[in-house]
Design a protein around this ligand. Structure first.
Ligand code: NDP
Ligand code: ZN
Length: 353
């Protein structure tokens, strides 16, 4: 089978591989919708997780099952399924401890385009199929549903990690597709004032659509000052980080009230240390909490988030700005993700059989 792969750090291309084989608990799926992720850009071009050789890219997909293992109970060939980016081993001790995303070790639940071949291929392998896949609901298109693989769960996890409660003043740093879903998540969780930070007009408009009350452009002045000036110098209750770099943490701490909390889902692609400003962190006693994590993955989360689409409470189609057909378009969308054209939020590739 052919797949679009990372050949090594800074090298990509099409490769041929053997079709994967399903173990007793697994499924083999062929993609019907795929979207590229900014994480693959950090992985390939910044070498953020280290060297990877001939690893097929992609972890956002909706597909059709072509084969299931002997112990798979809920799915059969022909079923259309949503596939989460994070596919933990649900029998692991880490999963039993409440952290399925770290099953088998740090970030071990993130398998596609990290520890194993991803979804930008004619076929891909899904471990623990019963616990990780979810049926594609009636009336939801594969394009809308593919946003549930990673963008919705990751953005919403940012809001969960920050601990948004009704009436909170919330900042979302970064309003690419992940940050936009953090805005939507915080809004659904009851945020009051919701400040969205980003520079591109297409993302600013989408942020307003998803519930932002204020837009802040980080290219038009220091974001800490811009947030403090809007809050009479007091700062905000929650900050969700979905963009920026290692220095963004310091800014997030500075714009937070004592007792406030940060939820980070940003993938720090470069830099050795994350620095916390000592004074604004209350010289170590400010009760400013920092939570940072990978979304948990799995079937239940996916099904719950899908109900937001079914009930019309979340419209993921607003994220999709570019549409392509055919597996070969994976190469084009990878470069779009790398270059970030000003009018792009998220491209989607659909594949017809
Ligand atoms: P984008 O690159 O599309 O968005 C990044 C956003 O951050 C943009 O709005 C950008 O502004 C803004 N930004 C960039 N620099 C700064 C800065 N210095 N200060 C403030 N804002 C800034 O990324 P995605 O939305 O696709 O992904 C966001 C992050 O989440 C990535 O690091 C990605 O790898 C990570 N991620 C993490 C996952 C997880 O499970 N934890 C899963 C998926 C993604 P603009 O473009 O408007 O100028
Ligand atoms: Zn991703």
């Amino acid at each position: 089978m052919k797949g679009f792969a990372m050949l090594g750090i800074g090298k990509i291309g099409w490769i041929d591989k053997e079709k994967p084989i399903a173990g007793p608990l697994d499924a083999i799926v062929r993609p019907i919708a795929i979207s590229p992720c900014t994480s693959d850009i950090h992985t390939v071009w910044a070498g953020a997780i280290g060297e990877r050789k001939d690893m097929i890219l992609g972890h956002e997909s909706v597909g059709e099952i072509v084969e299931v293992g002997s112990m798979v109970r809920f799915f059969k060939p022909g079923d259309k399924v949503m596939v989460p980016a994070i596919t933990p081993d649900w029998g692991s001790l880490e999963a039993q401890d409440g952290f399925p995303q770290h099953s088998g070790g740090m970030l071990g639940g993130w398998k596609f385009s990290n520890y194993k071949d991803g979804v930008m291929a004619e076929f891909f392998h899904v471990n623990d199929a019963d616990s990780n896949l979810a049926p594609l609901p009636e009336g939801i298109s594969p394009e809308e549903a593919v946003m549930l693989s990673d963008m919705v769960p990751t953005g919403f996890h940012g809001a969960e990690l920050a601990g948004v409660t009704p009436g909170d003043r919330v900042v979302v740093i970064g309003i690419g597709p992940v940050g936009l879903m953090a805005v939507a998540g915080a809004n659904l969780m009851g945020a009051g004032y919701l400040y969205a930070i980003g520079s591109r007009p297409v993302c600013q408009e989408a942020a307003k659509f998803y519930g932002a009350t204020d837009i802040i452009n980080y290219k038009e002045g220091d974001i800490v000052e811009q947030v403090l000036s809007r809050t009479k110098g007091k700062g905000v209750d929650r900050v969700i980080i979905a963009g920026g770099d290692v220095d963004t943490f310091g800014q997030a701490v500075k714009m937070l009230k004592p007792g406030g909390s940060i939820g980070n889902v940003n993938y720090l692609g470069e830099g050795e240390f994350v620095k916390i400003p000592r004074l604004e962190w209350g010289v170590g006693m400010g009760h400013k909490r920092i939570n940072a994590g990978l979304t948990p993955g799995g079937r239940l989360k996916l099904q719950r988030l899908a109900t937001l689409l079914e009930t019309g409470k979340l419209d993921t189609s607003r994220l999709i700005t570019h549409r392509f057909e055919g597996l070969e378009a994976c190469e084009k969308v990878h470069f779009m993700m790398k270059d970030k054209p000003v009018d792009m939020i998220k491209p989607v590739v659909t594949i017809k059989y």
